[in-house]
Write a new protein. Structure first.
Lengths: 316, 474
């Protein structure tokens, strides 16, 4: 190694000593090395907690492994996948999940956007209203499920009590096939409409004022302004909110577990709830892994199609 | 020229190789202790005699679901067992009933448990034994427990695998547990509404409930378990099935289809859905233990069925509207054994104590010592006085037990009439199939006959699925 080259100062003829390295910094550690050192813990954590379980689940999905039985995992090829895709039970849960996702997300979008639109038109108390509307979203789904279970109880629930005072008879909210799924949709809507509202509100406040001013100079009607200015500008943001909510709703487990346990019978069992049963009632880990992988694939494929549509929308 | 103080930038190939190595290392680390899983195909044996016990402070942990007997056990064991083993603290960990099986078996799956004694439902034994999760205590029982002190079926139901025939015990079969809490259903009837004499037959019970409901607006004729969680609706159907002469399966040939849904089974389902269900409260299709107790305590049911071990709260004036004192309350509900019809079978409830195979040696030794202590005649009577339901015959017939609760005589009288479900390794799936289908029939989501045929077909599919390649569990 050669000696350090003397550095010159601003004053010609004067030789300055070399600037010492920053304290605590190793001379041998480059910027890149430092970056790797900082990223490594997070990277290792990600590999251990996310990537490895995913790859392990992928491996198990081709076997008949059971977590409780132990023993070697026997390779069954695509047996688990074929069984899942051809199972009438899975088809039934897929239909229930689809109805739930379309119903809940559709309702939340309409209500969320409507509330956001109304709030955006207010000048006073907008912050307070927004905060109040956000409260349900901040609660744990288990807490939400439990108090709605009490409220919807056919005998002692406050909902039936209120309906009774209006002269409406007792409704079996959680124990009849049709009302149980509707109840799930209503509870989910109560909790997650604020999410759509929040994103829609962000979109609405970002619409440039001058567009509305120009429209009013042209004497455009309220409906015309909404249809040609508000909706087209907020739509892409709203669609992203819908995407997030649809993915969440597709994975619904907690509300079903607390409110209906999938009943009556299996009429409110969603795909996630069914995976839970396959995984933990009989401990069919291989089948449950394949089921989970298929659900991830469905979400990825649908999300890709959706994002392509969004990009096309942006280009147009 | 290479810049000083800076390492060369690794190529993309090197980066990929590093990432791959990290992944392999993570995989190897994560799978490190999973290689010997296959070696354990059956339960390891407990020592025939209790090993030397530690003098160091030790916590003996149980796992159970959250209900009054769990809290009673912790209080009782800490008060009494500590007198003999002052260094030992008893901790009863509780989980919600619906998570009970998962909480135990996910820990068994991890081959590491935070409990030393699992309180298993009698039907869980097969799954735990087959997977090697609990100790085989056959030799320990021979050396330390007076087996003649028990009704043989109780000893078999809470510990034997393969399962005992109803009412009998196979002396040569292995034992994996000892009774902790006996239980069965009691019929709770309103003496002030239907009279002091309880109905003697199932048909009579239905007609009395019908009359009572008609005479008392706002009070439903019947209240029983209908929920699709745990084993709620399944036990209800099994009870009616037994009373009407049906069978759950033929254990020798492992046949369910054609046995469960034979004429007796169909009649039982018809009685349950078309005669009993219309006498229940609207919206009671998801009721289990707590909801049935609430209906009785609030005076909303003429006749109810519930587990004896969960009935203590009915006499608590703080929870009841039937009276302001225990004596006042006792004027109204009466407790009786279940009515008979074609047979006099009643459901076997309760649970046994089972030593975790993954507990430390010191804790396993303490667990065995606790079990030996718990099954002593004097301790069983004290357990009875503390609110528990013992299993030794002398304790069941003792005044300590019979005077401890108005329903305890019901248990003693019911012991010779008990029938359990299957305790095969596939139990969790079998009971889920039955639960969901009976619940569907009770709530109008399926026709009773279709529900019963579906149960038989799907359960048979589970028993026959061992040779299936892929898709197990669907």
């Amino acid at each position: 190694m050669s000696d350090p080259v003397p550095l010159t100062t601003g004053h010609p003829g004067q030789v300055a000593s070399a600037t010492p390295p920053a304290p605590g910094r190793s001379r041998r550690l480059s910027d890149r090395g430092l970056a790797v050192a900082f990223i490594s813990p997070a990277l290792l954590l990600l590999l251990a907690m996310s990537v490895f379980p995913l790859l392990w689940a992928l491996y198990l999905s081709f076997t008949d492994y059971s977590a409780t039985r132990g023993g070697p995992a026997h390779f069954v090829g695509f047996g688990n996948y074929t069984a899942i895709l051809t199972s009438a039970q899975v088809h039934q849960r897929a239909l229930t999940t689809l109805i739930y996702v379309v119903g809940a997300v559709g309702l939340q979008t309409v209500l969320g956007f409507a509330i956001a639109y109304l709030i955006s038109r207010r000048t006073h108390g907008r912050g307070l209203l927004t905060t109040l509307f956000l409260v349900p979203m901040m609660l744990s789904p288990v807490v939400v499920g439990l108090f709605w279970r009490f409220m919807l109880d056919a005998q002692f629930g406050v909902i039936n009590s209120m309906l009774g005072s209006l002269g409406v008879g007792q409704v079996e909210w959680l124990t009849r096939q049709r009302t149980a799924l509707i109840s799930l949709i209503v509870v989910d809507t109560w909790q997650w409409t604020p999410f759509i509202m929040l994103i829609a509100l962000a979109g609405l406040t970002a619409v440039p004022r001058y567009l509305y001013e120009a429209a009013s100079i042209d004497r455009a009607s309220e409906w015309f302004r909404f249809r040609t200015i508000t909706l087209p500008l907020v739509w892409p943001l709203l669609l992203i909110a819908v995407l997030f909510r649809a993915i969440e709703a597709f994975r619904l487990f907690d509300l079903v577990y607390i409110l209906t346990s999938g009943g009556p019978g299996v009429s409110t069992e969603t795909l996630s709830f069914h995976v839970y049963k396959v995984a933990f009632l009989g401990f069919h880990t291989g089948t449950a892994s394949a089921y989970g992988i298929l659900m991830v694939l469905v979400v990825i494929v649908l999300t890709q199609l959706y994002l392509r549509y969004l990009n096309k929308l942006k280009e147009d | 020229m290479q810049r000083r103080g800076r390492m060369p930038v690794p190529s993309r190939k090197v980066q990929l190789a590093t990432a791959a190595m990290l992944l392999v290392a993570t995989t190897v680390a994560a799978c490190g202790d999973g290689q010997d899983n296959g070696a354990k195909a059956s339960a390891p044996k407990a020592p025939a005699t209790i090993p030397e016990l530690t003098k160091d402070p030790l916590t003996l942990s149980f796992i159970w679901f959250d209900w009054p007997p769990a809290h009673a056990l912790e209080a009782f064991a800490n008060a009494e067992y500590k007198k003999e083993r002052p260094n030992t603290t008893i901790k009863v960990n509780t989980v919600p009933n619906a998570n009970w099986h998962d909480a135990m078996f996910t820990q068994f799956a991890a081959r590491k448990t935070d409990f030393d004694i699992a309180i298993l439902d009698s039907q869980h034994i097969g799954e735990a034994v087959t997977n090697g999760n609990i100790l085989d205590i056959t030799d320990f029982v021979k050396n330390n427990i007076d087996v003649k002190a028990y009704n043989p079926y109780l000893l078999a139901a809470y510990g034997q695998f393969p399962q005992a025939e109803t009412g009998k015990r196979d002396e040569n079969a292995s034992l994996y547990g000892l009774p902790l809490l006996g239980d069965t259903w009691t019929m709770i009837y309103r003496k002030d509404l239907i009279g002091d004499k309880p109905p003697q037959t199932w048909d009579e019970m239905i007609s009395v409930a019908e009359r009572c409901q008609a005479d008392n607006p706002g009070v439903s004729g019947l209240a029983f378990h209908q929920a699709n969680g745990s084993d709620a609706a399944a036990v209800t159907y099994n009870t009616v099935n037994g009373v009407y002469g049906g069978n759950l399966w033929d254990s020798k040939t492992r046949k369910i289809e054609g046995v469960l849904n034979d004429a007796a089974g169909q009649e039982a389902m018809d009685v349950l859905v078309n005669k009993m269900k219309p006498l229940t409260a609207k919206g009671s299709g998801n009721w289990f233990i707590d909801e049935v107790n609430a209906a009785v305590a609030q005076g909303k049911a003429c006749i109810a069925f519930n587990w004896i071990a969960a009935s203590g709260g009915l006499l608590d004036p703080k929870q009841s509207t039937l009276g302001t004192t225990r004596e006042q309350i006792l004027d109204k509900p009466g407790f009786a054994t279940l009515p008979s019809q074609k047979t006099n079978l009643v459901p076997l409830g309760g649970m046994g104590m089972h030593v975790s195979a993954y507990s430390s040696k010191a804790n396993q030794a303490e667990a065995l010592n606790f079990m030996k202590w718990f099954e002593r005649a004097d301790i069983q009577k004290k357990w009875a006085a503390a609110g528990g339901v013992p299993s030794r015959t002398d304790a069941l017939e003792s005044p300590e037990f019979l005077n401890a609760g108005p329903f305890n005589q019901v248990y003693t009288d019911s012991v010779p009439r008990m029938r359990d479900m299957w305790n095969v390794p596939e139990y969790a799936r079998l009971v889920d199939i039955e639960n969901t289908n009976v619940n569907a029939a009770l709530n109008g989501a399926k026709k009773p006959k279709d529900a019963l045929d579906d149960i038989a077909k799907e359960q048979q599919g589970v028993l026959d699925s061992s040779s299936r390649k892929g898709g197990g569990g669907l």
